[in-house]
Ligand binder design. Structure first.
Ligand SMILES: *Cc1c(COP(=O)(O)O)cnc(C)c1O
Length: 375
């Protein structure tokens, strides 16, 4: 089978290998077969191994849905009655976490901080000190809207010092930027299959502490379908998801995991890093400015300022690139006018170089001045 290769520079779903795409084409199987449960058990173990977790202490719980489901599950399931969540809010994804708290009427503090720099640990600590009722601190590792990296190890340490659990959204770093769950002071992290793992959409997972999940059995059950203890317990007793899993997506994730181990953590991160460096080089050659200072970037998402040029037309430039097999993505910052180029997926430096040829041509077609101009 010959499948056209598109280069996705959006922040996931990412470009996949053909072997991952084709892994979805399998004989029909009822997911209640023992064979299928065995495959999920292996995958759950591997998901813990990716973040170097001790399988006695940490477990992975699978869900059918996109990454936001994991945010929802962690927040609705891990907060004891009468306690508060602290949302460290410095980007679009932590804003979403605060929205989730609102939707469930969870007592929470929405700690809104500037979007263009890492969360200020002093403010986080003051908030923890002044609010002894906080039982859960939530932060985003890589704020995918801007590409900003948060100091999760330090935030996790503070969180533990004040007796709370630390939940971090690693959806856009997991299986790319190396993570050691215990060393980073993470109690729960999460991701979905179509990002760092380079599999396909529809499967998401939470990785975290068994003892905390066990304790959460007695917490209020705020969602019928999306409860962490319930899904964990069902997996532990039967090896299955409580409700129908995304069968073919699981096969793709298993193949992607195989390819993850073959490539290796260090080599994979090196590949993403050199693709990201090539994005920086390409942007510089055209005069583009980025939103976040380089030293604060997570190394996967570049949020680029749109030039002040009347001929700049994101949609038209997108369409010209798309016609050549390259996808660029609009920004998600609020006030600043940006677009994004990301180094996720099964891509490497030559793909980025090819992209910049096409991108330059698109700018020229639109008559945008090069180097691009800012006021
Ligand atoms: C992609 C992403 C999510 C999940 O988004 P979905 O659209 O539900 O897949 C959550 N958090 C972060 C940081 C992400 O990058």
């Amino acid at each position: 089978m010959d499948i056209k290769r598109n280069i996705l520079l959006n922040p996931g779903p990412a470009t996949t290998t053909d072997t991952v795409k084709l892994a979805q084409v399998v004989p029909d199987i009822c997911p209640r077969e023992r064979e299928f449960a065995g495959r999920m058990a292996q995958l759950r173990g591997d998901l813990v191994r990716v973040v170097h977790g001790d399988p006695e202490q940490y477990t992975a719980v699978l869900f059918c849905g996109s990454g936001t489901l994991c945010m929802d599950v962690c927040l609705n399931s891990l907060l004891p009655e009468g306690k508060k969540a602290l949302i460290v809010h410095n980007g679009a994804y932590s804003a979403r976490a605060a929205d989730i708290c609102q939707a469930y009427h969870l007592p929470h503090i929405d700690l809104e901080l500037p979007y263009d720099r890492p969360a200020d640990l002093t403010i986080v600590e003051t908030t923890l000190r002044e609010n002894p009722n906080i039982a859960l601190v939530y932060a985003t590792h890589n704020e995918t809207g801007t590409g900003l990296l948060n100091p999760i190890r330090e935030m996790g340490a503070l969180t533990h010092q004040y007796g709370a659990i630390f939940v971090t959204d690693t959806t856009s770093t997991y299986a790319m930027r190396p993570i050691d769950i215990e060393a980073e002071n993470i109690d729960f992290c999460m991701a979905s299959a179509q990002k760092g793992l380079m599999a396909v959409t529809g499967l998401s997972f939470i990785i975290g502490r068994r003892d905390v999940i066990e304790a959460s059995r007695d917490y209020p059950r705020r969602s019928y379908y999306a409860n962490l203890y319930r899904q964990y317990d069902y997996f532990e007793r039967t090896g299955e998801m409580e409700f129908t899993p995304p069968v073919q997506t699981v096969y793709a994730a298993i193949q992607a995991m195989k390819e993850y181990w073959n490539e290796g953590e260090t080599a994979k991160w090196a590949r993403h890093s050199r693709a990201f460096a090539a994005i920086h080089t390409g942007l510089e050659s055209l005069g583009f400015q980025e939103l976040i200072s380089r030293e604060w970037q997570a190394g996967l998402v570049a949020a680029v300022r749109c030039p002040d040029d009347p001929r700049w037309d994101f949609d038209r430039i997108h369409d010209l690139c798309y016609a050549q097999g390259f996808t660029i993505y609009p920004g998600k910052v609020g006030t600043a006018d940006t677009f994004r180029l990301c180094a996720l997926g099964a891509i490497d430096v030559p793909d980025i170089q090819d992209f910049f040829q096409v991108f330059r041509d698109a700018l020229e077609t639109c008559g945008v001045a090069i180097p691009v101009q800012y006021r």
